[in-house]
Design a binder for this molecule. Structure first.
Ligand code: NOJ
Ligand code: CA
Length: 573
């Protein structure tokens, strides 16, 4: 595949009237790091902060504006670090606070901002508050920081309700004294009681702690889950069944649920928390940013993304979309509309640490929906349905060039810039994701997108670290995708991302978009400064519109035309 040379003598304006230091996030390129799998400096097989610092030149060269770190806090790793034992510290397996400070200073020197993950819905059961709650017993203030309730029946040995947690199995866990605690995720992740002012105050302390250490923003985990009203439901005897909860959750996602009808998701009280946080964010200059991980209907998303709340909310529709022009166009229109309603900007994302990598997702047949197909593929260890990885990569490159040219911010996930595929096959004993253990034979979980980065095609551990083998070891197929291999190939995915990110910077402009065609087999739009994007999904090659020159192409052109599964960025000739 060949890339067209980057144009250096562009004649179009790149003035972006909306860019000011306070607005840096609006069209930022954020690179997500899953710290344990990024770079292992001390050779214990686990990625660490010193490793991240050592790769800042790589990130700068790639052209990212910010890095978002998935949790690096002390954790027993029952859920990849989303089980936090201490919110204001670094896991000794990953480094120290001093390493964190070194990393942020090095990022600052490189002009890269740092975003950290805040996990407010639940802590780890190792958290000192939860340990204190277990000791203190029923009715104590310590228990009131979490959601403990009495069991049902004369012996209090039945769960308060039969709700299921997101990873499979019961959501209420007995503690042996007649009480149960609620956990929407793993049993090792007890949910906080956000009606307790102590919980609120402690999270504000956490936000300030990281902001004072130089962090520019936060990614808020399960932002739609914190506020809960379980008692009305538990006491009503009406809604104990998981079936009813599941149906409420579905309606909530579709946007057909009445406000506050769900006992623990997307309740209006949650915005009080974020309004309080916003006041803290605005004490900093520029104000801190936040992006909500909120799986809610598009009707509700603007409430999370509002300027007096978190400011931005992830748009996840692209994660689940097939490689299809009409699906993409609808998502683009809807997401831009959602963001406009709150004055926010959209976040485009194709891959993260929770979903099958998009180079593989787009390699799979779209039968029964992408999620279902991906699940089957992983369960069958990559044997069925069969993936066409070459096709998947070609499509992933085209789709990525499409989102990188859209108005709004874009989030890329470590390794996608290499075109890494999802690792479907690995020995069961290597797996770490709780989904694998809690849903045996139903779901294998997310380990396949969390494999160690391949930095070198030849080196020990593919350059991940100098000592022990990586905790999630790379398959042989990652060698040819390693950074030092792709670095030398001008047509590699890495060099495509580098060129795209560089050009994106130069061309960034006002957050508008004009559709140039309603052709059912293309996505074709332009930005206010004339930056044009044409993606061809049809079998026939598309010719380049007249008076345009190709600034970048996701794959080879054929006789000067754009073949199928290929995207081009065009500029006025
Ligand atoms: C969303 C995170 O992205 C995911 O990795 C985690 O398992 C859940 N929230 C629970 O924290
Ligand atoms: Ca290490």
């Amino acid at each position: 595949m060949s890339l067209q040379p980057t144009q250096t003598n562009m004649t179009i304006s790149n003035a972006n009237p909306q860019t000011s230091s306070a607005d840096w996030w609006r069209q930022a390129l954020v690179y997500q790091i899953y710290p344990r799998s990024f770079m292992d400096a001390n050779g214990d097989g686990i990625g660490d902060l010193v490793g991240i610092t050592s790769k800042i030149p790589y990130l700068k060269d790639l052209g990212v504006d910010a890095i978002w770190l998935s949790p690096f806090y002390p954790s027993a790793l029952k859920d990849g670090g989303y089980d936090v034992a201490d919110y204001r510290n670094v896991d000794p397996k990953i480094g120290t606070l001093a390493d964190f400070d070194d990393m942020t200073s090095a990022c600052k020197a490189a002009g890269i901002k740092v975003i950290v993950d805040i996990v407010p819905n639940h802590s780890s059961d190792d958290h000192e508050w939860f340990q204190a709650a277990l000791k203190a017993g029923p009715g104590s203030p310590e228990r009131n920081r979490y959601i403990f309730r009495d069991g049902l029946g004369p012996n209090k040995d039945q769960a308060p309700a039969d709700w299921e947690c997101m990873f499979g199995g019961p959501a209420w866990e007995p503690v042996g004294d007649g009480q149960y605690y609620l956990h929407l995720f793993d049993a090792s992740q007890p949910d906080f009681n956000w009606e307790n002012p102590e919980v609120r105050a402690d999270f504000i302390k956490t936000l300030r702690f990281w902001a004072d250490r130089g962090v520019s923003g936060f990614r808020i985990d399960v932002a739609h889950g914190c506020s809960k009203k379980v008692d009305e439901i538990l006491n009503s005897n009406k809604l104990h069944s998981q079936e009813e909860i599941a149906s409420l959750s579905l309606k909530m996602l579709e946007g057909t649920l009445d406000d506050d009808a769900h006992p623990y998701l997307d309740r209006n009280e949650v915005f009080d928390i974020y309004r309080e946080w916003r006041k803290v964010f605005n004490e900093y200059s520029p104000p801190l940013t936040a992006v909500a991980e909120a799986w809610v209907s598009s009707k509700r998303k603007p409430l999370y993304a509002s300027a007096d709340g978190l400011g931005q909310a992830f748009s996840f529709d692209m994660l689940m979309a097939p490689f299809d022009p009409s699906a993409f166009k609808k998502i683009i229109v809807d997401s831009l509309d959602d963001a406009a309603q709150s004055g926010s900007s959209t976040t485009w994302v194709f891959s993260n640490h929770d979903v099958i990598r998009h180079a593989t997702r787009h390699a799979l047949p779209d039968d029964g929906g992408y999620h279902e197909t991906a699940r089957k593929y992983l369960l069958n260890k990559g044997k069925a349905p069969v993936a066409d990885l070459e096709l998947g990569l070609r499509r992933a490159r085209a789709a990525t060039m499409m989102i990188l040219a859209l108005p709004g911010s874009a989030y890329i996930y470590q390794g996608e810039e290499l075109g890494l595929f999802e690792v479907a096959e690995m020995p069961d004993e290597e797996r770490q994701d709780p989904t694998f253990f809690r849903k045996p034979g139903v779901d294998v979980g997310r380990d396949g997108c969390r494999i160690a980065m391949p930095w070198s095609g030849e080196g020990k551990n593919m350059g991940f670290g100098p000592g022990k083998r990586p905790h999630l070891v790379q398959p042989e197929g990652y060698r040819k995708l390693a950074v030092d291999v792709e670095d030398k190939d001008p047509n590699s995915t890495l060099n495509l991302y580098r060129k795209a990110l560089g050009l994106r910077h130069e061309l960034q402009c006002a957050e508008d978009l004009e559709w140039l065609s309603d052709d059912a087999e293309t996505v074709h739009f332009k930005r206010p400064n004339g930056w044009e994007v044409l993606v061809n999904f049809g079998k026939e090659a598309r010719s380049i519109p007249s008076n345009r020159k190709v600034a970048l192409s996701s794959g080879d052109l054929v006789d000067g035309a754009v073949p199928t599964d290929t995207a081009v960025w065009l500029l006025p000739a």
